[in-house]
Design a protein around this ligand. Structure first.
Ligand code: SAH
Length: 503
């Protein structure tokens, strides 16, 4: 037996947070990731960088690899000794041919494990506000497929059995054959007025729900060009949606919003937007690199205790500074009596995270404001200041401080470079689906987004975290549709909410 192992992992229905912790661990440790059409590609961001990612398609009727080829592929990779994570939409053992893949692995002598997932059969209705069971309505749930095999045109649905079984029925696949299926169920005795819901792209911002009855749902679906992938729910529980439709009523539901910050920093904004129902995704346009001249930077850090003031202009500067500081020293007291100024709430929050008090916190990165704030605390004459910031930052602040008599040294803590790889697939996604809004949290995110020269996307709106970023956007001839009033992530989220609530 080889040392390889294959995990057949349920990737959940679409919402990237509906992945199990075990599923995520399998993605994190994979050497090879094999995924298909129904897996949200955003899950790939949990992978280590540089792992092999293989897309095997399987959109009904447009197969990239045939099932036999997929089986052969995962067996071969596992036999090579690799850790293979095969991601399958929903739950791997519910109409996903996961059983067949497991059999093949077993026959080939490969180690394998099954990681169940959140199935669209239950989560799809749930996100449409429909509990599949409810004490007042039913005690049974039947899940059936409208196609036994997505590659086969015909199916042998047992209409008699379905119509005579009480309780809720959920159908996966078969949306394209809805007219035949509803007619078959009616003929077998299911009541024409049975409530039916179709939920398409459930649990994602693209979710659409169509409500009807057994008699009219096929016609309604045809009129609305309602297409796969969708789940169909038959039964009285559909009526509970009137009260329980929680997801589609979230304030940012249906909005696809791109976050252009670095991969490390995108998370907070992405999760705030998702909580409000948006389909937020990472599309990093910049990356933070260490100080270009490490030795010089470390020397400034090592001598920080010799200054009267230490000024930080960004959270990245704070991180770079203290990472270096604690490589050099073991004790925070080695910072001495230097006082600390941090510009903006996010920068101040990073300083506090290192258990240090911020003495002055000017709100904006505007030279006069910083100087006025400092002058309230100290005379600037002959004061020694260390300014920790990014390469290429503007000169106004050091020049002004100098003019007022301060002795100022700069510590170039990091630099911002364009992100050249598309690890999270955000750029591909933007090209394929576009976005309703793109968010910018700094001038460099806007500059590098602009430099990507992505194809224009209809009706897209641009949101900025504050006036400095907005100015850059205007210089690049980008409209500023939203500008945050408070220049941090919660402020930006509030601005976006306000923008859409006015619509
Ligand atoms: N193993 C999967 C089902 C695979 S069969 C699971 O447990 O969910 C593929 C079918 O699943 C699709 O045709 C559709 O009926 C359903 N499906 C999967 N994801 C869906 C989604 N996000 N929204 C609606 N239906 C979905």
């Amino acid at each position: 037996m080889s040392h390889g192992i294959c995990f057949l992992v349920g990737a959940g229905p679409g919402d990237p947070l509906l992945l199990t912790l075990k599923g995520r661990a399998c993605i994190e440790r994979a050497d090879v990731l094999v995924y298909d059409y129904l897996c949200n590609p955003q899950l790939l961001r949990h992978a280590r960088s540089g792992v092999e990612k293989i897309y095997v398609g399987k959109k009904a009727g447009a197969h990239t690899l045939r099932q036999e080829e997929i089986n052969a592929l995962i067996v071969a990779k596992t036999l090579e000794g690799k850790t293979v994570t095969r991601l399958k939409g929903g739950d791997p053992f519910l109409f996903g041919r996961g059983g067949e893949e497991a059999e093949m692995l077993q026959e080939a002598g490969c180690r394998f494990e099954i990681v169940p997932g959140v199935t669209s059969a239950i989560s799809g209705p749930a996100y449409a506000g429909i509990p599949v069971t409810h004490r007042a309505h039913n005690t049974m749930l039947t899940i059936f497929t409208g196609h036994e095999d997505p590659t086969k045109a015909e199916s042998s649905i047992d209409y008699q059995a379905l119509a005579s079984t009480p309780g809720t029925k959920v159908m996966l696949m078969g949306i394209d054959r809805l007219a035949t299926i509803t007619a078959g169920l009616h003929e077998a005795g299911m009541k024409a007025e049975t409530p039916v819901a179709l939920v398409r792209w459930a649990t994602t911002a693209r979710q659409e729900t169509l409500i009807g009855t057994l008699a009219d749902i096929a016609e309604k679906a045809a009129a609305a060009s309602f297409k796969a992938p969708a789940v169909a729910v038959f039964g009285d529980v559909v009526s509970l949606r009137g009260k329980l439709n929680w997801f589609e009523t979230l304030p940012l539901f249906g909005k696809r919003i791109a976050v252009t910050r670095t991969r490390q920093q995108a998370g907070e904004l992405v999760s705030c937007l998702r909580e409000l129902g948006a389909d937020a995704f990472e599309m990093p346009t910049i990356r933070i690199e260490p100080a270009p001249n490490k030795r010089e930077f470390y020397e400034s850090v090592a001598y920080a205790h010799g200054y009267d003031w230490l000024i930080f202009t960004s959270p990245n500067g704070v991180d770079a500074f203290f990472n270096a500081f604690f490589e050099i020293y073991r004790d925070a007291r080695d910072l001495g009596g230097v006082r600390i100024a941090a510009i903006g709430p996010a920068t101040a929050a990073r300083v506090s995270a290192f258990h240090l008090q911020v003495d002055v916190q000017p709100e904006k990165y505007v030279a006069e404001e910083i100087i006025t704030a400092l002058q309230k605390e100290t005379s600037l004459d002959n004061v020694k200041i260390l300014l920790a910031r990014a390469e290429g930052a503007r000169d106004v602040l050091p020049k002004e401080l100098n003019r007022l008599g301060a002795i100022i040294d700069e510590a170039i803590a990091y630099r911002t470079v364009p992100e050249t790889s598309d690890e999270s697939g955000g750029i591909e996604r933007y090209k394929a689906l576009g976005a309703d809004m793109v968010t910018f949290t700094s001038s460099s995110t806007a500059e590098n987004f602009h430099a990507l020269q992505l194809p224009p996307c209809d009706g897209v709106k641009f949101a900025s975290i504050g006036p400095v970023t907005s100015k850059t956007m205007r210089e690049l001839k980008m409209p500023v549709d939203v500008e945050a009033k408070v220049h941090d992530i919660p402020g930006l989220v509030a601005g976006i909410l306000e923008f859409y609530s006015k619509k």
